[in-house]
Structures are given as C-alpha cells and as structure tokens.
Write a protein that binds this ligand. Structure first.
Ligand SMILES: *Cc1c(COP(=O)(O)O)cnc(C)c1O
Length: 609
C-alpha cells in the first residue's frame, strides 16, 4: 500500500519500516517530526514546510529550461518569477527569496499589497513583474520601485492603464519602469482554471488595442520602455496542445509588434499554468506531460517563429506558482475518532431479542472467510428492516442500539476476513461499509479547493504502512458543516487502518497543499490557519527552523473587527453577575475563559488528541 506516492510524490518520499520518510539526506520519518513538535505542546493540525522541496522545484525549472536552450542553441535567456498570489505567507516568501538568489529569481505581484511585499523582499537585482488591474496609485508605486533600483515591468491589462503610465511618467522625474503588454489570445486553457485565457478573457489587449498601444507609446517617447508581452492561459494546464497554440499566437504577436517599431521588445512572459500531478490513482491522472516536454516545446516553438519572422529570439519569462509551491507544504492532522469506535461488544444490551436481531447475533458468531460477503449483505439487509420496524414502533431504542452495534461488529469482522480477497470484490462493498474518520482540521481552512472545486489532494497515513489498511474511509473535519467531508469514492478509494485510538495515535498527511490553499483558506466556524513549522533536513536528522502558532481566538475576533475588550468585558460581567456560579470559583472561571481566548480553536484535550 503506497497511496500512489510514485504518482504524485515527485520522488520526494520513501516508505521504510512502515513509515513515510522524506527522501532527503538523513531521510527522517514525518511521524517522528510530528511527535517531536507535539511534545513541545503544539497539538491540533500542523502545517509542515520543507524548504528543500521549494529549492528542488526552482532547480527543476531552471535546469530543464537551460537544457532546452542548450539543445536548440536558443539565443534568448530564461528567467522565472514567483507569483505572490500563490502563497504570501512570510515563512514561504522569505524562504523563496533566499533560495532563489542564485538564479536571480524574481517576484510577480498582482495587487498593491503584493507589489509592496515584492518591493520589501525581492533580491535587489531580481526582476519584478506587475499584472492585474492597476489604478494610478499602483502605477506610481511601480515608478517608486523603479526609482528604488528594481528591474520592474508593469504589464498593461488595458489602454487606460497605459494612459495612466504616460501621465505618471510626465509627473515623475525618476526612472520609468519597463512596460509589458498583456495580449488577449484566442486560444484558451483547459481544466478548472481555464478562464484566464481566450478571446472572452477578463484580461489583455486585442490586436486593435495592441496597435493603438504601440502608437501611444511612440507618440509619448516611451516605446523604448516597452520590453515584454505577457499572457497567462490558466492554472494547472493539464495538457500541452493549448500551451503550444498560445505560444504560436504570442510568438507571432511578438514578431509583428517588433515590425511595428517596438525595437526594445525582447521578452515573452508565458505566465503560469505548469501543472503538477495531484492524483493518487493511475486511472485518474491530472497531467499528461513532463517538464522536459514543456520546456522543449516552448523553446523550440519560439525559435521556429523567430527564425521564420526574422526577429531575434525573445527572452523567456515564466511565472509558475503552483509548480514551485505546491510540493513544499504538508498538512498533518490527527484522527480524533473512528465512527465505529463506538460500537464494541460491551455496548450490547442484554434482553429478549426480536428474531431479526437474534439472526444478527447468529451471523456475527458464525461468519467466516467463505460466507463473509454474503453475511455482510444479509446483516445490512437486516439493519434496513430493523430500522423500518423501529420507525413503525415495533422495536424499542435498546433494540435499535443492539442492531447498530451488531451490524458494525459484523462489518468489522467481515472486512478483516475479506482483506486478502480480490480487490474488486472488496471494493464493491466498500461504499456501504465505509468507516468515518473524524479528523482535527477544517477542510474550509486547509483544503479550500476541495471544498470549492472538488480538487483532489493526496492523503495518506504517516505510519503503519507495512500493515494492510482495511477500512474504506470517509474523512470528516471538525466544522459543523456537511460540506466538511471527503466522502468515500469507489473510483478513488481511500483505505485507512482500523486503529484503536484509545491506544494509538493516527495521523493523516494531506499533500501538495503549498499552492493557493493557505491563503484561500476560510475561517469557517472561526478555525484559523494551523500552526506552521519550517523544517530543514540535515545529514544527521532535521532542524525545526521556526514554529508559528495558529492564530488565537481573540486574534480572529479582531480580524472580524470585534472589539476584544468589549468581548472580554461582556464575558467578565456576565460571569461575575451569575448567581449560578459560586463566588469562590469566579476568578478561576474568568481565568479559564481568558486562556481559551488566547488559544486557537482546534480540539486539543487528552481525549481529543
Ligand atoms: C495566477 C497567475 C500565475 C500563476 O499560475 P500557476 O498556475 O500557479 O503557475 C502566473 N501569472 C499570472 C499572471 C497569474 O495570474
């Protein structure tokens, strides 16, 4: 059972002695890190960041583009930028700036706030690109970045932005930023995030507007600042043909604009979109190309167009975010309860049993390898009948309880008896015998793309990987929302272990959560971003670089613009005035409430591990 790590794992993990380990230097087990950090008092869900997995992705992208450039003797240069919208958390951004130094890896900003971040943290000589809609303030900010010495390109989304740039350039005496034009392509992307491209796209200049733009730039003596065209056909582009189509279009636009007089135009920016493999299952792959195929196609096509149109080969910029960020973060969440944990033999109530329940007892005591499937079906049938009898008033609550306990016991036994049977047969019954795992995390906070787009994220336990997992699992988070569930899906079956949580801990890892999930996460039920930990792998073990506690309940209240003093005063007054509380215990209770306000809202008692 390897939960598809050979499909989605990117060669980042190995399984050894039943534990999931990082395939890096000392190859530490994730479960050891979890125990280590929990021993320091951090319970609840944890977000692990592994900087070596950021570096690996940056290296990949540069290596493969370099390879392609050498192979095709391409004369343009390659340069990558990290789009801040994918993950703006400080522990990620600071790492990526540091790790990207050797490549002069730049930052892409899509809003005023992101531009300010880029200006504060970018490596001094690394490029900045600015996309998205811009008002005059944002354009001025771009000029300030340029005056600070940054190599910054403002990409124009519409002619009005260009007019603002012209106006600003007349008012400011410092340097003018480079100007990029976002082109509106008729080719569109594919998949869940395809809306960024296409002729009806939200972004970019039409051919007519491009011609006007060049004219405007010339008339205002800014044509020498026009250096880049940009496009972005969507995120997680699952196949190559749309990329090639967009490149042909953009390559020809580049050449035509040069002929129109854009003498300093020298770069094509392909935006993001490089896909990663999220699937755990051979039959539902999300991506059907490799990085090497992508880089070869890009370089080859641009070379071909430049040759045909007799223009210099453009520098290639990319703004891949998902590809760079997704792998580095793993969400680790403790399992709190197995639904069937309730149902053990001690819960059976001794009484005169109706015949159908007596039959359930018989099924339970005589079930074996050969009849398991049949008995399982019988017991589920019996349960249906018994529940109907209850609704009609023929059996009582104790009978109903015995029914539930017995059927769950039979399921448990059958699943164990059947575990070596043919997988398909097992699968056929799994939907009706699934086990619910209550997990200490919020899907809304930590896997928003599952909630919003049904995006699959690989999930697996961190240990027991040498034991056969027998329970078909559905995963329930701790929000009070029925959407907070990852249901069992026979097409993407997840099998987990039948653990006795009163004896053992059991942790699930959710992988590839480093792109978009953190910042899109919602405070539904006021659960916040989990405690995050940056971990560096060393030759002898690993080093915990920093631990950032999850936001406290009072911090969230403040985010929502509550007056925290008012909340505290209200609580204090109500406790002090309560006639139901003994005066001697009031100060203790006040303290208790105060501690809860200072803590995060995830479950954390002994019994809620
Ligand atoms: C979102 C976005 C990106 C990043 O896309 P990924 O699919 O994460 O690589 C890059 N450039 C622009 C302009 C974007 O809007």
């Amino acid at each position: 059972m390897n939960y598809g790590i050979d499909i989605w794992g990117n060669d980042n993990y190995i399984i050894e002695n039943g534990q999931l380990k990082l395939k890096e230097l000392s190859q530490p087990a994730l479960i050891d890190m979890v125990k280590d950090i929990r021993a320091k008092g951090h319970t609840g869900p944890l977000l692990f960041r592994f900087p070596h997995l950021i570096e690996k992705q940056i290296n990949f992208v540069y290596d493969y583009f370099d390879r392609a450039i050498k192979e095709f003797e391409y004369k343009g240069k390659f340069q990558a930028l990290y789009p801040l919208k994918v993950n703006q958390f400080p522990n990620f951004v600071k790492n990526i700036v540091q790790l990207g130094k050797k490549y002069n890896y730049g930052l892409e900003a899509g809003s005023k706030a992101e531009l300010l971040l880029a200006m504060a943290y970018n490596n001094p000589t690394a490029p900045i690109t600015v996309n998205g809609f811009k008002d005059k303030e944002m354009i001025s900010l771009g000029f300030i970045a340029s005056e600070m010495g940054y190599n910054i390109t403002l990409t124009i989304e519409g002619l009005n932005e260009l007019e603002s740039i012209i106006e600003t350039s007349k008012k400011r005496f410092g340097c003018v930023p480079n100007i990029g034009l976002r082109v509106r392509l008729h080719s569109a992307g594919v998949g869940a995030w395809a809306k960024s491209g296409g002729i009806n796209s939200k972004f970019g200049l039409t051919s007519t507007e491009l011609i006007s733009a060049v004219k405007l730039l010339e008339e205002n003596s800014l044509i020498q600042n026009f250096s880049m065209i940009h496009f972005h056909i969507g995120s997680q582009i699952t196949e190559i043909p749309p990329v090639k189509k967009a490149l042909r279009e953009a390559g020809n636009i580049y050449a035509e604009l040069k002929k129109l007089g854009a003498t300093n135009l020298n770069s094509i920016n392909l935006g993001g979109g490089l896909a990663i493999e999220y699937s755990q299952y051979e039959n539902t792959l999300f991506r059907n190309y490799t990085l090497s195929e992508y880089t070869n196609d890009v370089v080859y096509l641009l070379k071909e167009i430049a040759l045909k149109k007799k223009v210099p080969e453009p520098d290639i910029f990319i703004e891949s975010g998902r590809y760079i960020a997704a792998h580095h973060a793993v969400l680790i969440a403790p399992v709190l309860e197995l639904f069937s944990g309730e149902y053990n033999q001690t819960k059976l109530i001794e009484k005169e049993n109706p015949p159908l329940i007596q039959e359930l007892y018989d099924l339970y005591s005589t079930i074996d390898k050969n009849n398991a499937l049949e008995f399982l079906h019988d017991s589920i049938d019996h349960m249906e009948s018994l529940l109907t009898l209850f609704d009609l008033g023929y059996i009582d609550l104790q009978d109903r309880s015995n029914t539930e306990v017995l059927v769950n016991l039979i399921i448990k036994k059958a699943v164990i008896l059947l575990k070596d049977k043919h997988y398909k047969e097992l699968l056929s019954i799994q939907k009706s015998v699934q086990e619910r795992y209550l997990v200490n995390f919020s899907i809304f906070q930590s896997l928003p793309d599952f909630w919003g787009l049904k995006q699959h994220f690989p999930v697996m336990p961190l240990d027991r990987l040498d034991e056969k997992a027998t329970r078909s699992a559905s995963i329930w988070d701790i929000t009070c929302d029925s959407d907070g569930e990852i249901g069992f899906n026979p097409k993407k079956p997840l099998f987990l272990h039948d653990v006795d949580l009163s004896k053992d801990d059991y942790f699930l890892g959710f992988f590839l959560v480093g792109a978009y999930q953190e910042v899109l996460g919602m405070k539904h039920n006021l659960f916040t971003h989990p405690t995050e930990v940056t971990i560096e792998i060393t030759k002898t073990g690993y080093e915990i670089k920093n631990i950032t506690e999850a936001q406290s309940v009072s911090d969230i209240f403040e985010d929502l613009d509550y007056d925290i003093i008012e909340i505290k005063n209200n609580l204090n007054t109500k406790i002090k005035n309560s006639k139901l509380i003994n005066n001697n215990t009031k100060s203790h209770i006040l303290h208790e409430v105060d501690m809860l306000l200072k803590d995060n809202g995830y479950l954390k008692n002994e019994e809620y591990r």
